[in-house]
Design a protein around this ligand. Structure first.
Ligand SMILES: C[S@@+](CC[C@H](N)C(=O)[O-])C[C@H]1O[C@@H](n2cnc3c(N)ncnc32)[C@H](O)[C@@H]1O
Ligand code: SF4
Ligand code: SF4
Length: 378
C-alpha cells in the first residue's frame, strides 16, 4: 500500500487539472510575489535585495495577493529579499491558501526553525525551496549545507515538499557536485542552475569556464536520465547547455503573461529583470496578453522559471512527457527499497541521518506535491 502511495506521489502535482487549463486559456499560471526587499545575507550574484526599504504591510500584501488571484493565477511563489524576515509571513501563506493558490516559498533557510516550519505547514504551505550554493561558506555566498544540513531533519514528517536549488558559477563549481550529491543522497529533489546572464555587469561573481560548466550540466542531464531527482526539467537543462554552446533555443518568452512578478512595492514586473512602473492593482488580462510576444532580451535569458513556463506553454506534451519518463525511472528504486525494508522504515544515509521529505525512501507525505514541471522561483 505504502509502495503504491510512493509511486503515485512521484507522478502527482498540485492542482494539475486546474494548472493544465492555464496552458490553453489566456489567464496566468504563476506569479512570484516579493514579500520583502529586505535580506539577512548579501550573496555577490544577487540584485534582488535592498535593506533601505521597509517590509510591505500585511494588508498591502493581502490586497495584492487577492488581485493576483482575481486575474486567475494558479500558483504563487513567495520570494524576496528573504521572505522569512517578514514578521507576517505565516499569515500571508495562510491567506494565499485561503484564496486557493498553490503556494511555495523560497528561502535561504537561515531563519528556519522547527517551529517556523510547523507554523508554515499549518498555514498550508506546500512547497519550500531552500537555496544552497556550496558545502562551506565563501566570500561570494554563505548559503551552504553547513547551515542547512542540521535543519533537514525538520522535514522528516513534514507535509511541506522540500527541494534544494544552488547557483552555478566559478566560485561554487568546485563544490557543486558535492551539493548535488548531498541533496540526492537524502532523496531531496536538488538542482544547481547557471548564474543568470549579467548584461549590465552588476554581479560580483565570475561565471566560470564554459567547458567546465557544460560538463557539469551534461552530468546533471545524465543523472536525470538515469532517474535521479534532479529538480530541473530536461527542457531547461538543455536550454542552459544551449546558452553555453552559443546555440540559442527557439522560444517565445511568456513573462508578463503566463507568469509575472509583483515587487515589494506592488509594482507589476514582467520578470525579475524587466520592471515596469505599473501597479498590480491596475493590471488587466488584456495588459497581460499584450506581453505574449518575443522579447528583445530573450538571447541569453537566465530567468529559468520564465524559460520553463514558456517552454511548457509552448509544447506541454513534450516537456511533461520527458518529465514523466524521468520520474518513471525512479520506480525501480522505490520497488528495491520496498523489497529490502518491507516499506516500514526509513533507511539511514552514510552519515546516519534519516532520509527526509522528497526521498525515494522516506517518500513525500503531502497530498499535493510539487508540480511535475513547476519551478518555485527564477
Ligand atoms: C533572490 S533569492 C530570494 C529568496 C531567498 N533570499 C533565497 O536566497 O533563496 C531567489 C533565488 O534566486 C537565486 N538567485 C539570485 N540571484 C541569482 C543570479 N544572479 N543567478 C541565478 N540565481 C540567482 C537565489 O540563489 C535564490 O535561489
Ligand atoms: S540570493 Fe537571497 S539570500 Fe542571497 S542576497 Fe539575494 S535575496 Fe538575499
Ligand atoms: S526574456 Fe528573460 S529577461 Fe526578458 S522578459 Fe523574458 S524572462 Fe525576462
Amino acid at each position: 500500500m505504502k509502495l503504491l502511495q510512493n509511486i503515485s506521489r512521484e507522478f502527482s502535482g498540485y492542482n494539475v487539472l486546474e494548472s493544465a487549463k492555464r496552458l490553453y486559456d489566456r489567464k496566468p499560471l504563476q506569479c512570484s510575489l516579493y514579500v520583502t526587499d529586505r535580506c539577512n545575507l548579501d550573496c555577490s550574484y544577487c540584485t534582488e535585495y535592498d535593506n533601505s526599504q521597509p517590509h510591505p504591510s500585511i494588508s498591502d500584501l493581502k490586497k495584492w495577493a487577492y488581485k493576483i488571484r482575481e486575474l486567475g493565477t494558479m500558483r504563487i511563489a513567495l520570494v524576496g529579499g528573504e521572505p522569512l524576515t517578514h514578521p507576517d509571513i505565516v499569515e500571508l501563506v495562510r491567506y494565499c491558501r485561503e484564496l486557493g493558490f498553490a503556494t511555495s516559498l523560497t528561502t535561504n533557510g537561515f531563519l528556519l526553525t522547527r517551529k517556523r516550519l510547523q507554523d508554515l505547514e499549518d498555514a498550508g504551505l506546500q512547497v519550500m525551496q531552500i537555496s544552497v550554493d556550496r558545502m562551506t561558506p565563501s566570500p561570494i555566498t554563505k548559503k551552504t549545507f553547513k547551515t542547512i544540513l542540521p535543519k533537514l531533519d525538520y522535514f522528516k514528517d513534514s507535509k511541506v515538499s522540500l527541494h534544494i536549488t544552488g547557483v552555478l558559477c566559478q566560485d561554487t563549481l568546485p563544490e557543486s557536485t558535492a551539493v548535488l550529491e548531498t541533496g540526492l543522497a537524502r532523496g531531496i529533489p536538488t538542482e544547481v542552475r547557471l548564474v543568470h546572464a549579467d548584461p549590465t555587469s552588476f554581479y560580483r561573481v565570475q561565471r566560470g569556464s564554459p567547458e567546465a560548466l557544460k560538463n557539469f550540466i551534461e552530468w546533471m542531464i545524465q543523472r536525470k536520465q538515469n532517474g535521479e531527482k534532479i529538480h530541473t526539467n530536461e527542457a531547461v537543462l538543455d536550454y542552459q547547455l544551449s546558452l553555453l554552446n552559443g546555440k540559442p533555443t527557439e522560444w517565445t518568452c511568456m513573462a508578463g503573461y503566463k507568469l509575472f512578478f509583483v515587487s515589494a512595492q506592488g509594482k507589476f514586473w514582467e520578470c525579475s529583470m524587466v520592471k515596469t512602473e505599473k501597479h498590480i492593482m491596475d493590471i488587466t488580462l488584456d495588459d497581460l496578453f499584450a506581453n505574449y510576444r518575443k522579447k528583445p532580451c530573450q538571447a541569453g535569458c537566465g530567468v529559468y522559471c520564465a524559460v520553463s513556463t514558456s517552454l511548457l506553454v509552448d509544447n506541454p506534451a513534450k516537456v511533461v512527457g520527458r518529465e514523466i519518463v524521468a520520474r518513471a525511472k525512479r520506480v525501480p528504486a522505490l520497488l528495491r527499497h520496498a523489497m529490502s525494508s518491507n516499506g516500514t522504515s526509513l533507511p539511514s544515509n552514510p552519515e546516519g541521518t534519516q532520509h527526509v521529505n522528497g526521498g525515494s525512501a522516506g517518500a513525500p507525505v503531502a497530498e499535493e506535491r510539487e508540480s511535475l514541471v513547476g519551478s518555485a522561483r527564477g
